[in-house]
Design a protein around this ligand. Structure first.
Ligand SMILES: Nc1ncnc2c1ncn2[C@@H]1O[C@H](COP(=O)(O)OP(=O)(O)OP(=O)(O)O)[C@@H](O)[C@H]1O
Length: 931
């Protein structure tokens, strides 16, 4: 074991587009030897390294110079570490993995190392058998994640005296060629956490570590060596401001910076020469790289830098880190397993040492018993290891229980020396630490899971809270709306009640008005009846008067009576004075008169017949007129009743009442006008007829007067007739006279009868005329009454007042009806709204219930899923413990023989079958144990 410094090389990449854009310029200057670099920026800084690679150094050169030798060391049984350090985007991944592992020029040092390993194995002697295992992990957010098995994301770091520091349960794949390694690497790389930053589109957000374990066995001696190679691509050391990190990336940056700071602290402690404690346990990175930094490892640190002035500060810091790391001293040793011969020799040596120590202890115990017994012992007799080693037992104190031990006693079990006890304590402590690390890892995983769960539950909770808040808000809104609506409904129902009361009172008022109207009607009818009664009497009187007048005017009976009286007088004279008093002429004229009278009477009779006919016609017309009048009255009554009824029944029609009244009035006026006109015309006609009849009567009177004159003449003639003539013809004359007298008397009687009949008839006709006239007057009066009734100011006023009242009431009623209907409508709408709201509330409540149910279901589902995932995880773990890798090729150890031969199923194995079995058993459990 010899102290060896960490090899530090520096690599500058070309300026990137950001630096060019920002106006950065290369500020590096590398010396000819390629070990010094000068940064000529704001200040000039010099840095010296084992090697400095310029901007255009090919991948191959970097590998050839700085890495190739490490591969040889690892195949020789040393531990080796290569790690790349630098700011983000400085080319760490480019250097370690390369731009494309299949491209000869751009592939990085890891593929080249792998190739080199297999080349070395091929080149090795054929008595050497190799196995190569690969692990791939990343430290992300201070958690170790297995990149071959990403579900194992928080692996614990353990340490024991045989394996040193290792990651527990990290998957290790046995590989037998580069292709298998590449495939495994590609799989692992796809699981890495990368993110976009301003400095690098695919910035590694974790420290990635590839561990290649090469075991070598000398088939001749049985001696074995194993070397571990750690290939570390650190996450970028970066300034948060420049990378524009935020959120998760910022959290990552903090953790990255923390582990890099811990790395710096470890390096400082290792290099300051003062620190007794190296803070490896401050971060997982430093803990895993414990052996690589100041321990059993040959380590190369690649410092990746930007050449640009834009990143000068970061480059200086990186270069200083490299300078510090340069002075770290490691103690690399070969991790060898001894051969049986070596082991035997070692056993023998240990046994003799044990005997020596046991003898020494026995001698010491003898000396102690001497001292305890109160005896003294000369100094030359004191026990010393030197005397034991020399075998000078005489120089030792005599002791009862002391006896010199020989190698033959090697079967006896020695007591545990104190030094061994210390070691046990350490082991105990390590064991305890491992346990604690396991517990921590478990707790961390649990914590992480719980955090995730909590996060998802929080999210869910947030969602449901939002939902609940929204629903509550909506609910509140709806509740307030509901209460508002309720208030409105109450108000509306109250108003409705009020309106109903108003309507009732209006109905009552209406009823009262109807009653009043009825009373008025009754009064009107009574007044009419009274008026009719009073007018009936008056009418009778008037009729009598008129009739008397007319009869007086029209009656020809006076003249006829006069003529009759004259004739009677003549006849009486004849009777008293004798027949001889009348001359023949007188008699002839008398006869003529009589004939005339008769003719006249006939004429009168005819006239009377005509008049009778006319009267009948007039009667008919009067009847017609009466009928029409009655009809009109009836119509008027009906109209009035209808109007009143309409007024009473329909308030809406009241608005048209005035119009109706006006119409009615105008209609009545028109009807009365036409009736009046007609009646006036009829009266005129009647007057004309009466005047015609008067004329006729005059004529009749005139003829009667003529008859009277004739009668007078006849009397005169009769008085002048001589006496002698009377004797001869007396008897004849007397007889003739008697006949004449008789016929005249008879005619007169007939005339009288006829006259009476005529007079009666005339009287009747006159009565009818009078009645007609009176009826006309009455109609006129009625018309006047109607006119008066309609024009009567008081009535009009009252009517107007009533109309106004009615109108107002109608309006009020109408308004109330409208209000009522609108209120009813509003109430209906409000009720509908209320129903709709209630439905909405119900639906919302249902939704809420649904959401709660859903939440419960989801929770249950989630729990079930979680359980299922746990079970699956458990299952996967169990399966994994049975079959550790998804990659088929990594399950079984693939021993590689030096010279390029693969040992297939124990073929080419130079050892005996029992040895072969041993070997397999040792590899596979070794692999299984590492799981
Ligand atoms: N030496 C180089 N020559 C050419 N291109 C390079 C070189 N070094 C890096 N690059 C390019 O620079 C970019 C960033 O490189 P890379 O991803 O290796 O940086 P990084 O240090 O790993 O960054 P991070 O820490 O963010 O992961 C890549 O596109 C890469 O191809």
């Amino acid at each position: 074991m010899s102290g060896n410094n960490i090899k530090v090389v520096c690599r500058f990449r070309p300026q990137n587009s950001l630096e060019n854009r920002e106006g950065g310029v290369p500020i590096i200057s590398i010396d000819e030897e390629g070990t010094n670099v000068q940064l000529k920026g704001e200040a000039t800084n010099n840095f010296a390294f084992d090697k400095v690679f310029g901007m255009n150094t090919p991948q191959k050169d970097v590998f050839e110079y700085s890495i190739k030798s490490i591969v040889d060391d690892v195949t020789a049984g040393y531990n080796g570490t290569v790690f790349a350090y630098g700011q983000t985007g400085s080319g760490k991944t480019f250097t370690m993995m390369g731009a494309d592992i299949d491209d000869e020029n751009t592939k990085g040092i890891i593929p080249r190392i792998i190739e080199q390993i297999f080349t070395s194995i091929n080149d090795a002697p054929s008595n050497l058998e190799f196995t190569v295992k690969v692990s791939y992990m990343e430290i992300y957010m201070e958690k170790v994640r297995d990149l071959f098995n990403p579900s194992a994301d928080n692996l614990a770091i353990h340490e024991d005296k045989t394996r040193g520091v290792y990651v527990k349960d990290l998957c290790e794949i046995y590989v037998s060629n580069t292709a298998e390694v590449y495939l495994a690497m590609k799989n692992g790389s796809s699981n890495r956490v990368v993110a976009y930053t301003n400095m690098n589109a695919e910035s590694s957000r974790s420290h990635s570590i590839v561990v290649i374990t090469i075991t070598q066995k000398n088939l001749d001696t049985g001696a074995a060596k194993s070397g571990k190679l750690y290939l570390v691509d650190l996450a970028g050391s970066e300034k948060v401001g420049k990378t524009g990190a935020s959120g998760q990336t910022l959290e990552e940056a903090k953790k990255i910076n923390k582990s890099l700071t811990a790395l710096g602290m470890v390096i400082n402690s290792l290099t300051d020469g003062k620190s007794s404690h190296i803070p490896y346990r401050d971060s997982k990175l430093t803990r895993i790289l414990q052996e690589s930094l100041g321990g059993n490892s040959r380590t190369t640190l690649i410092i990746n830098c930007s050449p640009s002035s834009y990143n000068e500060a970061e480059s200086i810091s990186t270069l200083r880190f490299g300078m510090r790391a340069k002075s770290i001293k490691n103690k690399a040793k070969v991790n060898a397993d001894l051969s049986p011969a070596e082991l035997k020799a070692l056993l023998k040596k240990v046994k003799s040492e044990t005997i020596t120590f046991q003898t020494y202890i026995a001698a010491l115990e003898g000396e102690v018993s001497v001292w305890r017994n109160g005896k003294t012992l000369a100094e030359d007799k004191w026990v010393s290891l030197d005397k034991i080693n020399k075998g000078d037992f005489n120089a030792l104190p005599p002791a009862s229980n002391f006896k010199a031990l020989s190698v033959a006693d090697d079967s006896s079990r020695p007591t545990t020396p104190s030094v061994v006890l210390e070691k046990d304590e350490r082991e105990e402590l390590l064991k305890r630490e491992n346990e604690l690390m396991d517990q921590i890892a478990e707790k961390e995983t649990e914590l992480a899971n719980r955090e995730k769960l909590l996060e998802s539950l929080k999210e869910e909770m947030g969602y449901y809270k939002e939902q609940e808040a929204a629903v509550t808000k909506e609910n509140q809104q709806m509740t307030s709306e509901l209460s508002e609506l309720k208030l409105q409904l109450q108000k509306i129902s109250y108003e409705s009640k009020e309106n109903a009361i108003n309507v009732d009172s209006l109905k009552e008022a209406n009823q009262e008005l109807i009653v009043e109207l009825e009373e008025l009607k009754k009064n009107l009818v009574e007044v009419r009846l009274a008026h009719k009664d009073s007018t009936d009497n008056e009418k009778e009187k008037k009729k009598a008067q008129k009739l008397a007048q007319i009869m007086f005017k029209l009656d020809p009976s006076s003249e006829i009576n006069e003529k009759e009286r004259q004739i009677r007088d003549s006849l009486h004279k004849i009777e008293t004075e004798g027949h001889g008093s009348l001359s023949l002429e007188e008699l002839v004229s008398l006869r003529r008169d009589l004939v005339d009278s008769k003719i006249l009477l006939d004429q009168h009779a005819k006239t009377i017949t005509d008049i009778t006919q006319e009267k009948e016609i007039l009667d008919k017309r009067k009847l017609e007129l009466d009928g029409r009048l009655g009809k009109l009255e009836k119509e008027y009554e009906e109209l009035l009743d209808k109007t009143i009824a309409e007024e009473e029944v329909s308030a809406q029609k009241n608005a048209d009442m005035e119009q109706t009244l006006t119409n009615l009035k105008s209609k009545l006026e028109a009807q009365y006008a036409s009736k009046k006109e007609m009646q006036e015309k009829e009266v005129e006609d009647l007057k004309t007829e009466i005047s015609t009849k008067n004329d006729n009567l005059h004529k009749l009177t005139a003829s009667l007067s003529e008859l009277k004159d004739a009668n007078d003449q006849l009397q005169l003639a009769l008085s002048d007739q001589p006496m002698q003539n009377q004797n001869g013809d007396l008897t004849e004359r007397e007889k003739e006279l008697e006949r004449m007298r008789k016929s005249m008397a008879k005619e007169l009687a007939d005339f009288e009868t006829m006259k009476k009949v005529l007079m009666r008839d005339l009287q009747t006709r006159c009565e009818k005329v009078v009645e007609l006239e009176m009826s006309l007057d009455e109609t006129r009066e009625q018309y006047q009454n109607v006119l008066r009734a309609s024009n009567n100011k008081a009535q009009q006023k009252k009517m107007a007042f009533l109309e106004r009242n009615l109108e107002q009431l109608t309006n009020v009623q109408k308004q109330l009806v409208e209000q009522n209907s609108s209120l009813k409508k509003e109430v209906a709408i409000a009720e509908r709204k209320l129903i709709a709201r209630n439905e909405r509330i119900q639906s919302l409540e249902t939704l809420l219930q649904d959401a709660q149910d859903k939440l419960i279901n989801q929770n249950q589902k989630f729990e079930a899923q979680l359980q299922a995932v746990r079970e699956r995880l458990e299952q996967a773990r169990t399966q994994k413990s049975q079959s550790p890798m998804s990659l088929n090729f990594g399950r079984v150890a693939k021993p590689l023989r030096g010279g390029g031969a693969i040992v297939e199923n124990g073929e080419n194995s130079p050892t005996s079958p029992s040895e072969k079995r041993e070997k397999r058993n040792s590899w596979i459990p070794g692999f299984m144990g590492s799981r």
